[in-house]
Design a protein around this ligand. Sequence first.
Ligand code: TXA
Ligand code: MG
Length: 298
Amino acid sequence: MVAFPTETVYGLGADASNPAAVARIYAVKGRPADHPVIVHVGDPEQVARWARDVPDPAKRLMARYWPGPLTLVLRRAQGVGDYLTGSQDTIALRMPGHPIALELLREFGGGIAAPSANKFGHVSPTTAEHVRRDLGAEVDLILDGGPCEIGIESTIVDLSRGTPVLLRPGRISEADLAAALGVAPEARGRGAPRAPGTLETHYAPRQPMRLVGSSRWIEAIQSASMRIGVLALRSKPQRDTSTMWIEARKEPQGYAHDLYANLRALDESGCNEILVEDPPSTADWAAVRDRLARARSG
Ligand code: TXA
Ligand code: MG
């Protein structure tokens, strides 16, 4: 088992062909056993080992975005164990773009099963220190590649059933996918496969977190009676009583890059509630809005 950097977030990796090794990841994360995991590969050629068929749209996306922050869900190949797929007939695959992840994969040769290297339900780690704090002595080895470039998890698209379905938004946007596929991916529907990253509450800080629209912001701040930690798009007012006020970067990629580190810092600031100013509702903020919506409480 080894924690390693990717361009999105740190992963907790183990030999994807070894059920006992993968079981250890689940135990360390405290993750329910029926949740599927992403298998990371060091070469697109290896997809054939895990996926039964690789449809043209998948080939197109791989050619364009691998290595990179894109996970493909495909029909699993024969012999791919239930321990990787949550007993579904599909397998999630990704070739990460980080040089250390790629070197690890190439040295190892096989597929590496890796969820984000955090305790189940907690905020994903974007530095080696985050991993150390979350999982500490339970992890044999942490490869330190510095802060992750993107900061939020990969885009996940399901290509296992004809129509492409966007399961998790990320740096590679719906528009990027539409351009590469020639058709817009569907939004995740009711019949979509189970994915823990798509549960209502996930990626959450430990303190309660509230999203506040810009129009109600001033009122929310003024009426907050508790010790609040703040993630806002505006600067700290002169008479501010928050335990910590973070003025976020105002473009979505910079915001995403800092998001999990910011939530962790606020969580540890001694506040007992986190207030986050709602980012714009435009498409370029979709992945950030998705993560914030899951991080908030209720
Ligand atoms: O950026 C990322 O994807 C990071 C880095 C480490 O690669 N990994 C990551 O893994 O975010 P994890 O386990 O935290 O999230 C994987 C997501 C989950 O929401 C899971 O349910 C979904 O992928 N998933 C895995 N296999 C699936 C499948 N067969 N069908 C549908 N969703 C699947
Ligand atoms: Mg995760």
